[in-house]
Write a protein that binds this ligand. Structure first.
Ligand SMILES: C=C(O[C@H]1C=CC=C(C(=O)O)[C@@H]1O)C(=O)O
Length: 400
């Protein structure tokens, strides 16, 4: 497709939204998209702004998981930005009260692959790790759930539900239609607790997470899960791979770089994680957030170490295209500032269908059944926001 045709083909059906305790960014419409090309993304972004002197000086969108896949970055026609969540309720007001009862949705849930096949893939990954094939130390394997409702899914309702958790950045990214027709509009909706990179002037921040435990409604059990995670050697190794990789990638760009608070427990409404805040001061403040995000991505929180060997094994063992799952979502300004969040805990929604993704880091010592359960726990926030009972989904998974 030629550039002009491609631009015409992307007419977002919904606004872009990113909402967290830190900021709200809402973008409507599309003035143009960054065309694919052989050059590095940061060069194409610079070229885009140079060729388009009009419109907001901001690009929004998503980076795919796979290196060869096409990124989705576009310039909105209108942008509303604000600190914290202030702008969110105004941009996405809750629906008016409806007097006549709306019939409950019905859902079908199909695990793809079934959890037993996922456990088998984890066992295979453990064999590769034990042999140290291609120097492999960690690989992140995902699985998905395909959900179908009896009527179209309301992406904003899902977004509003996800945004209730103050620990996450909830996002909604309209994607290009698969076949160019607006009838097959796709939307990436999710709520991530993980910051890939934020850049403001010379200051850069990343907040990798790796190492997980399901939270519990029982306070004692919840505390015990957190303590066990904090003490787990397997989870600490899993986490260290991510922090080391990010420090290594950022070091050449930074005059100062460190992890001031070290590694600590952090939580969302449904999960405990190990997290480390990484902060740095750039030698050259003009480096773009897109360049830094592209350098860091995919971190060992979603791919593994070494990166190329892990990506190859993921392609072999998962057998599906991750698309934008485990990529990044965010924004960047013409001057280079921006924020990119790891695109996890998400679903690609199309009409009445949603495909949910969840992955888990595998290192020597991981247990296939435990990783299967961890991915089930990571589906919980989205299932809740969609209105699907977790027990129902678990029952389908057990039966598959
Ligand atoms: C890959 C995912 O989570 C990553 C982020 C936090 C903890 C993770 C873990 O413990 O495996 C994963 O690295 C996902 O949710 O799909």
């Amino acid at each position: 497709m030629r550039d002009a045709e491609e631009q015409a083909a992307f007419a977002p059906s919904l606004p872009f939204a990113l909402v967290s305790d830190r900021e709200t960014v809402v973008g409507k419409g599309c003035l143009g998209i960054v065309a694919p090309g052989a050059g590095a993304l940061e060069g194409r972004v610079r070229g885009y702004f140079a060729a388009r002197p009009e419109g907001p000086r901001l690009l929004l969108g998503a980076l795919p998981f796979s290196a060869g896949a096409r990124e989705h970055l576009y310039q909105p026609a209108d942008v509303v930005r604000g600190a914290g969540r202030a702008g969110f309720a105004a941009a996405f007001p809750p629906p008016a009260l409806v007097r006549s009862p709306v019939p409950a949705r019905t859902w079908t849930v199909v695990p793809e692959p079934p959890v037993a096949a996922y456990r088998a893939a984890v066992a295979q990954a453990l064999e590769h790790l034990a042999r140290g094939d291609e120097g492999l130390r960690k690989v992140v394997l995902s699985r998905s759930l395909r959900l179908t409702s009896d009527r179209p899914i309301d992406c904003f309702e899902v977004l509003r539900g996800l945004a209730e958790d103050p620990a996450v950045t909830a996002y909604c990214v309209p994607l290009a239609a698969r076949d160019g027709s607006p009838a097959s509009a796709r939307v990436l909706v999710g709520a991530t607790p993980e910051l890939l990179l934020a850049k403001d002037g010379a200051s850069v921040t990343s907040r990798p997470l790796a190492g997980s435990a399901r939270r519990s409604a029982d306070a004692g059990a919840d505390r015990a899960a957190a303590q066990a995670l904090s003490a787990s050697d397997k989870d600490r190794r899993e986490h260290r791979e991510v922090v080391t990789a990010i420090l290594d990638q950022l070091a050449p760009y930074c005059a100062e770089l460190g992890t001031p608070e070290g590694t600590s427990l952090t939580s969302t409404a449904s999960m405990w994680h190990l997290g480390t805040r990484i902060v740095g001061r750039l030698r050259d403040a003009s480096v773009s957030s897109v360049e830094l995000a592209a350098r860091l991505h995919p971190t060992p929180a979603v791919c593994g170490t070494p990166r190329a060997a892990a990506a190859k094994l993921i392609a072999e063992l998962e057998g599906y295209d991750r698309g934008f799952y485990a990529g990044a979502v965010g924004w960047c300004e013409e001057g280079g500032n921006g924020a990119w969040h790891v695109a996890i805990r998400c679903a690609e929604i199309e009409g009445a269908g949603a495909r949910l993704y969840a992955g888990a880091g595998i290192v020597p010592g991981s247990d296939p059944a435990g990783e299967g359960e961890e991915t089930a726990a990571k589906f919980a926030a989205l299932l809740r926001a969609l209105g699907v009972s977790e027990q129902y989904a678990a029952g389908v998974e057990d039966a598959a």
